[in-house]
Write a protein that binds this ligand. Structure first.
Ligand SMILES: *Cc1c(COP(=O)(O)O)cnc(C)c1O
Length: 392
């Protein structure tokens, strides 16, 4: 009897899980049903039962971006979202060719850093961080560098909230016969994406963002013909090679190495909830959450870094006020203790914090947040509406 108990771990009562509202840019607030979906009988991932779940998940992931399964594959990896960036950049560059990084934020800069680490030849097209890129400049770069084979950018620069016009950039890339890789980690399953119409060859995300599941699974969705062509490209990583993983999944229906088993159960549940809510309804919900964020910040006098016509409607980066009493850590801690998480910004030398519209939250959560946030400002003596000295 005692042996039995210790093998089961003891303490089996169902636990109530406290609900936190995460306004950081992922992991996102999840539903209880997604949390609980991870609690399943132990299973070896080589079992047919598990392999059929993998297939279901791959199909759902393709469907989210309207990808034709004849033409596109979803390739799964165990890791956080950055693994996708690493894999696409190191796997999809033919010998003697170059990458173009369209760089207007922290995530594209990370792409450039990956090129540095692998010693890949690349052009780092650094552009202003607070506005959409000048397409003529991108075209000029493609013209001047006919050996560019792969163009990489970020759909939504999560550090600031800037949205990049991927369809227009993609059309340009394809006119110059390049492969277009887009980091869609912070838009996938939120802003509707139509992979073919949006001129995207490869997109990517991780389970803890748009689909609102757990951390540990990432996935790349891309053109099979290009992945197959990459079989002959230089191999630059063993664990992080796109073709190897694709080929293995095609042959065996599973990931090459141990998958994050329980996370995949949470993903299956999250996909079910995604399709039940529906693409349009979910995007409408993110938009109303974002509008509540924008309205709340504006009412308190905060300046938002990205203008309304260039923003993703998923992340608002608010500039720190010029007030000696403003202390992000203290305000953060006050909110955190009351179940709300806010997050610092990501632009060097500019003090800002972010509020994000990801996750299983709605307008009411934002209204509740602003009551707490306003209390925090009051408690620490930050003047409301907040003040800015002349620096605009
Ligand atoms: C979250 C995110 C990533 C991945 O970051 P991880 O910390 O590795 O999960 C990549 N790109 C963008 C745009 C993101 O928002």
């Amino acid at each position: 009897m005692n042996d039995m108990l210790s093998a089961r771990g003891g303490g089996m009562e169902a636990k109530m899980v406290k609900r936190n509202v995460l306004l950081n840019p992922g992991p996102a607030t999840t539903t209880d049903t997604v949390k609980m979906a991870q609690v399943v009988p132990d299973i070896c991932p080589r079992e047919k039962e598990f392999i059929s779940i993998m297939r279901e998940v791959e199909e759902g992931l393709l469907k989210i971006v309207h990808a034709d399964p004849e033409e596109y594959a979803a390739v799964l990896f165990c890791g956080s979202g950055t693994i996708n960036m690493d894999i696409c950049l190191n796997s999809l560059l033919p010998a003697d060719k170059k990458i173009l990084i369209i760089n207007n934020g922290a995530y594209s800069s990370r792409g450039a850093e990956i090129c540095e680490y692998y010693g890949l030849p690349y052009v780092n097209l650094k552009l202003p961080l607070d506005k959409q890129p000048d397409l003529a400049l991108i075209e000029q770069t493609l013209q001047e560098n006919p050996d560019i084979a792969l163009v990489y950018t970020t759909h939504h620069e999560t550090g600031t909230g800037l949205l990049n016009p991927i369809r227009e950039i993609g059309a340009l890339v394809h006119r110059y016969e390049g492969v277009f890789v887009v980091d869609t980690t912070s838009t996938y399953a939120m802003r509707p994406i139509h992979i073919a119409a949006d001129e995207v060859d490869f997109c990517m995300a991780s389970a803890q963002k748009g689909i609102m599941a757990m951390t540990g699974l990432s996935f790349i969705i891309g053109k099979k013909s290009i992945i197959e062509a990459s079989a002959d490209y230089p191999k630059r990583s063993y664990y992080c090679n796109l073709y190897m993983q694709y080929e293995y999944a095609k042959a065996h229906g599973e990931m090459h190495f141990t998958p994050p088993v329980q996370v995949i159960y949470s993903v299956r549940q999250a996909l079910e909830e995604y399709f039940a809510e529906g693409e349009e309804n979910k995007w409408a919900r993110h938009c109303r959450v974002f509008q509540a964020i924008r309205a709340g910040l504006t009412e308190l006098g905060f300046k938002i870094y990205i203008s309304e016509d260039q923003e993703s409607k998923l992340v608002a980066a608010a500039l720190y006020p010029d007030d000696a009493n403003w202390d992000f850590e203290k305000i953060h801690d006050y909110c955190y203790e009351r179940g709300f998480t806010i997050y610092p910004g990501k632009v060097e030398k500019l003090g800002m914090f972010r509020l994000c519209a990801l996750g299983a939250i709605d307008r009411k959560d934002i209204e509740d947040f602003f009551m707490v946030f306003r209390e925090a400002l009051q408690k620490y003596g930050v003047a409301v509406p907040v003040k800015y000295s002349d620096r605009s």
